[in-house]
Design a protein around this ligand. Structure first.
Ligand code: KIV
Length: 317
């Protein structure tokens, strides 16, 4: 797989390889400052250390350990069954693989909706056990008290409004929100109130998902915190994509995403070639095999041939 920089093989080499770029660690205050500085934020999901390392080396600002892992990693058709333990586990892997990006851990369904005190304790688990530097939760007005309580103990919160996947049943599917006027959940004026409410509650940024581009622009102008869009047009202060959509792992690419690579086709090609080469006996080659240090006796070679019918590798002299 292509990498963005020299490919280090261990932690210390990684730090040495990345330092010439003199890249500073991304922090929550840095993210907040980007809006006034007019710099767009890049955010991607990551679910394990190996991908986190590659995205981090490329210079991504924020790695989101999204509960979308339920759909792209676990094969579920919604994010609802994802547990907090699973989120902690994946967040730990991502923090292990990243050095520069800000790591945000997603709070899964029912880890913050039942009570404010449970929400605070569960946000704490993502930080304490997972190593997250901030948490993300879905909802606006109704979650303002929860956002406030979590930020009061200095855990930074990223909001998420619009098409909130944990509300799939209320929305009647994964449907674009904010297309109609009104103050009801998912309506245009309500989404403006949602954004203002979570900003007032102390959120440091907000994800705008699946809303018309003009509404995203209006929200972006209405709040001082950065907006990060997914399916919300180009007028946000940053963009986020699910890594699988960007890399072309998914069978179907949603309208709002762009396949920057077609790794699904590339992986299929590699695996088919592997199957063919194993079948043909051309993998592994002699160069890809280990060789005995001691010469192998003729009788041992003969015996081996008798066992598997395959010519043993030539021992190195
Ligand atoms: O879970 C996730 O990946 C997300 C992004 C789509 C914003 O919430």
């Amino acid at each position: 797989m292509a990498r963005c920089a020299a490919t280090p093989t261990n932690g210390s080499a990684h730090k040495a390889a990345a330092s010439p770029a003199s890249r500073a660690k991304m922090t929550v205050p840095d993210v907040v400052r980007t809006k006034a500085a007019g710099r767009r934020i890049s955010m991607l999901t990551a679910y394990d250390a190996s991908f986190a390392r590659i995205l981090d080396e490329c210079g991504i600002d924020i790695l989101l350990v999204g509960d979308s892992l339920g759909m792209v990693i676990q094969g579920l058709d919604s994010t609802l069954p994802v547990t907090l333990d699973e989120m902690v586990y994946h967040t730990r892997m991502v923090t292990r693989g990243s050095h520069y990006a800000l790591v945000v851990g997603d709070m899964p369904f029912l880890s913050y909706q039942v009570s404010v005190s449970e929400a605070v304790a569960n946000a704490g688990r993502l930080v304490k056990e997972g190593g997250a530097e901030a948490v993300k939760l879905e909802g606006g007005l109704t979650m303002a008290r929860t956002v406030e309580a979590i930020t009061t103990i200095d855990i930074p919160v990223m909001g998420h409004i619009g098409l909130t996947p944990q509300s799939v049943h209320r929305m009647g599917g994964f449907r674009v929100q904010g297309r109609r006027h009104g103050k009801g959940p998912g309506n245009r004026e309500r989404l403006l109130d949602d954004a203002r409410a979570i900003e007032a509650a102390g959120a440091f940024a907000v994800v705008l998902e699946g809303i018309p581009l003009d509404l995203a622009e209006e929200i972006t102008a209405a709040v001082a915190i950065p907006t990060i869009g997914i399916g919300a047009g180009p007028g946000c202060n940053g963009q986020v994509l699910v890594m699988h959509d960007l890399l072309g792992f998914s069978e179907r690419t949603p309208k709002f995403a762009r396949r920057f690579a077609d790794l699904r086709a590339e992986i299929s090609r590699a695996v088919r070639t592997y199957i063919e080469e194993v079948g043909a006996g051309t993998f592994p080659s002699d160069a890809e095999s280990y060789h005995s240090i001691e010469p192998v006796s003729r009788s041992a070679k003969k015996e081996q041939r008798g066992h598997n019918g395959v010519q043993p590798s030539r021992a190195r002299a």
